[in-house]
Design a protein. Structure first.
Length: 163
């Protein structure tokens, strides 16, 4: 018998995280997963992230991407994604001190995070985007005890990675 029901997407938010720096990517994925309700899907390649996004643009609520990556940079990645979903909500992460926040906003990003940044700054950026764009409640945070354990396990991003 043929399945006549379309799969229903989980109501849990899904965020795409893209950075070629694997240790930083893993750290951000863990911090976001431990401190929010979101399912965080990580990619070390912009091209791989784009292929996944092209399969189902509606599957992701937010894209967080690094600027400087081999092959395709974060601005190019989001430009390609916006051809499929003009309403894309995206955050740009960069260690590039020459780029202004105004320039990043002109490229359609809702927020820019300069490396190094703290865990609190990363979570604040996500809350700001969710409130500003969708007028949803901020991402639910986990219980303080779990959050404290996460802080002990995962170093503060500001002190771990500069590039």
């Amino acid at each position: 018998m043929e399945n006549i029901f379309n799969p229903i997407r989980n109501v849990r938010p899904r965020w795409m995280l893209v950075d070629d720096n694997e240790p930083l990517l893993f750290m951000m994925q863990q911090l976001l997963s431990m401190n929010t309700e979101a399912e965080v899907i990580a990619f070390t390649s912009a091209e791989e992230a784009l292929r996944t996004y092209e399969e189902n643009p509606a599957a992701f609520d937010v894209v967080i991407t690094d600027l400087d990556m081999p092959g395709m940079n974060g601005i190019e990645l989001c430009d390609q994604m916006r051809r499929l979903a003009p309403e894309l909500k995206a955050v740009l992460i960069t260690g590039n001190t020459d780029m202004s926040e105004a320039e990043v906003l002109r490229h359609g990003f809702l927020r820019m995070l300069r490396k190094p940044f703290s865990t609190a700054t990363l979570l604040e950026a996500i809350d700001t985007i969710r409130i500003t764009v969708t007028e949803e409640r901020p991402a639910k945070r986990v219980a303080p005890r779990k959050q404290e354990a996460a802080s002990r396990v995962a170093f503060d991003l500001a002190y771990c990675f500069v590039t």
